[in-house]
Design a binder for this molecule. Structure first.
Ligand SMILES: [Zn+2]
Length: 410
């Protein structure tokens, strides 16, 4: 697939020899399970319609599976791209590396949220008969979507999807995991948005991604780009887009609220957070002298543009002008843009980690304005980390979405 041709070698923080066949280590293992003929794929642990577990890990020894991927002198980089063993390693390395990136942001270890003494390790099933990817008690499991020619497009092969599912594990570890009946819509929707943000920050740790993103956008990130399109399956379709114009009063969000649709309801929060990230990035650009402050002020998010109520043509003209202005400054300054983007990534990730550290299940009571508690915590986190440098743009990014901090001191 275009844009996904070249695999990147990933180094995980392990002593040589500690990752065994599977791959497997002391905290997680891959089982490349198969179906019992005539079924080609493993029956999923969770029911596709309800998400309720039908059975649980550990995957029994007698059940069918492929041979585990084997290391050579402690490494797995000899595996041929596209083989089952390669993908088993890909999914293992992605989970490990996303978790390590975020442990660095949190400044501490992130233990699994599930605590089953009989099955303390995370089980990863790369392929199951499901149209979804699952992150649940003790396991990650990946199904497939059908592509245009009705061939399975496996979700385990998509970095964003694996990173997003790992994000669910991280959020439950940090914020807590109430029983299903106690999970409010905004608890669930915030976790969806947060899992997307975990994936965005993780993919920005790959220099190839950063460079390609900047080259494609000429440094203007308030645009549809490979960062804002999550779970990308080719250039046109994507599972969600963080560069959206959803607000709490958008008809689609009101409908999502009524239908208890956590993905639709998550959009104002992930969109607001994405806008905040881009605002932080543009501040760094201005600080480095890469763009003038006046250009940063003119550069607007999707929602700000929508709120301005301009005609379609006027919006397109404005976007074209901005794109040209950014392109002029980008020429010859690619390295400065890259530095600003990495600084923004680190500021944003630290802010999110400190926000989630302050957030608990009680911040999602299911009544009152959604996400208000999280934004309140974010303002407090910003005061603690930067002395309040980003307070104003945090308020603005979320206020535009109809999300305002709660009455608690913010
Ligand atoms: Zn999710």
């Amino acid at each position: 697939m275009k844009g996904f041709e070249t695999p990147i070698v990933v180094h995980v923080d392990s002593r040589p020899g500690t990752i065994g066949p599977g791959p497997a280590d002391s905290t997680m293992y891959v089982v490349d399970a198969t179906g019992i003929p005539p079924n080609r794929w493993k029956a999923p642990y969770a029911d596709d319609a309800t998400g309720e577990p039908r059975w649980r890990p550990p995957y029994p020894r007698r059940e069918p599976r492929r041979a585990p991927a084997r290391p050579r002198r402690g490494h797995f980089d000899h595996l041929a791209v596209g083989t089952r063993a390669f993908w088993a390693c890909h999914v293992f390395a992605t989970v490990r590396c996303v978790r390590e990136i975020w442990e660095h942001c949190f400044g501490r270890r992130l233990p699994w949220f599930f605590k089953d003494p009989d099955a303390p390790r995370l089980e990863i099933i790369p392929r199951a008969e499901s149209a979804n990817a699952w992150s649940s008690e003790g396991f990650l499991e990946f199904g497939y979507l059908l592509d245009r020619r009705r061939r399975p497009a496996w979700l385990c092969e998509n970095f964003d999807v694996v990173a997003h599912e790992t994000g669910h594990l991280i959020l439950k570890s940090v914020i807590g995991n109430p029983t299903n009946a106690k999970k409010t819509l905004d608890y669930r929707a915030h976790e969806e948005a947060a899992a997307d943000l975990v994936a965005v920050v993780a993919c920005l740790h790959f220099d190839e991604v950063v460079r390609r993103l900047l080259r494609n956008t000429k440094g203007r990130l308030f645009s549809r780009n490979l960062l804002s399109r999550l779970g990308e399956e080719g250039r046109r379709s994507q599972i969600r887009t963080a560069f959206n114009a959803a607000t709490m009063w958008s008809p689609s969000v009101v409908r999502a609220d009524a239908a208890y649709d956590k993905h639709g309801f998550s959009k104002p929060f992930s969109g607001g957070a994405f806008d905040l990230f881009v605002e932080i990035y543009e501040r760094h650009l201005v600080r480095h002298g890469a763009i003038p402050a006046a250009l940063a002020r003119r550069s607007r998010s999707a929602v700000a543009t929508a709120l301005a109520g301009l005609a379609r043509d006027a919006v397109h003209r404005r976007f074209r002008r901005l794109r040209r202005a950014f392109a002029e400054h980008f020429v010859g300054a690619e390295e400065t843009f890259r530095q600003a983007l990495c600084e923004a990534r680190d500021d944003f990730a630290r802010l999110l980690a400190r926000t989630w550290d302050r957030t608990s299940v009680r911040d999602f009571p299911g009544r009152g304005p959604a996400y208000a508690g999280v934004v309140t915590n974010m303002l407090a986190a910003d005061r603690a980390v930067t002395g309040g440098r980003y307070g104003e743009i945090i308020r603005k990014a979320f206020r535009q979405r109809g999300i305002v901090p709660s009455g608690r001191r913010a």
